[in-house]
Ligand binder design. Structure first.
Ligand SMILES: [Zn+2]
Ligand SMILES: [Zn+2]
Length: 216
């Protein structure tokens, strides 16, 4: 949906006509004027119905073009150049406002995913479980990246991976199954098992759980 340039997220645009904060909106796919596109996926638009440009635009367009419509003030990201765009109704663009906070959060998550993928290459030699868990536990990461991370679990052979994975709710059941199989193998190599009553790690040969005292 968005390209990876999110610099517009920190921009504040104030309408030069009415001094209200302009809304960050998705740009319409084609520039009505020249057919070349806006060169941007977002536009800052003044959606204030009391804005003079919008209020007076109806009359102007009626007189000039003989149809119903008005103007909204508009600025492109990275620019303070005054623009107006024609709108057919007062509702134009009201549904295309972008939740910049949500996009910011998505972007932070995306960057974390990319960093974790980059760290996978050296995670085994550095005994670094962190990027592996970051990806496995991130339901928004791509399945391919999460599978790459799962493939590092066994060579890492760390008991510390068990609790975070066990406590996670996987939407992808095949990923969960794969993790469970690897966890069994990791437990075996450490001569451990999970207590079926309290889930604590105990010796593979234990008859009684040292944590919950249950007989096994
Ligand atoms: Zn305005
Ligand atoms: Zn127990």
């Amino acid at each position: 949906m968005f390209t990876r340039d999110f610099s517009y997220l920190d921009e504040a645009h104030i309408c030069p006509n009415c001094n209200t904060k302009m809304s960050c909106c998705e740009a319409p796919p084609v520039h009505v004027g020249d057919g070349l596109g806006w060169g941007s996926e977002v536009l800052f638009i003044c959606l204030n119905n009391e804005c003079s440009v919008f209020k007076n635009g109806w009359q102007h367009i009626e007189r000039q073009y003989g149809h119903k419509g008005s103007y909204r003030c508009m600025e492109l990201p990275g620019s303070k150049e005054k623009n107006v765009m024609m709108v057919a109704s007062e509702y134009a663009f009201t549904g295309s406002e972008i939740d910049t906070e949500a996009v910011k959060k998505q972007n932070i998550r995306y960057v974390k995913e990319q960093e974790a993928v980059a760290a996978l290459g050296t995670c085994i030699e550095m005994h670094n479980l962190e990027p592996v868990l970051t990806l496995i536990l991130d339901e928004s990461a791509t399945l391919a990246n999460r599978q790459k991370a799962v493939a590092c679990l066994k060579p890492l052979n760390e008991l510390a991976c068990i609790d975070p994975i066990r406590n996670h709710t996987f939407r992808d059941t095949s990923l969960l199954q794969e993790c469970s199989m690897i966890i069994s193998e990791i437990l075996k190599t450490h001569f451990k098992k999970e207590c079926p009553h309290c889930a604590e790690l105990i010796k593979a040969q234990a008859q009684k759980c040292m944590h919950c005292q249950a007989d096994l």
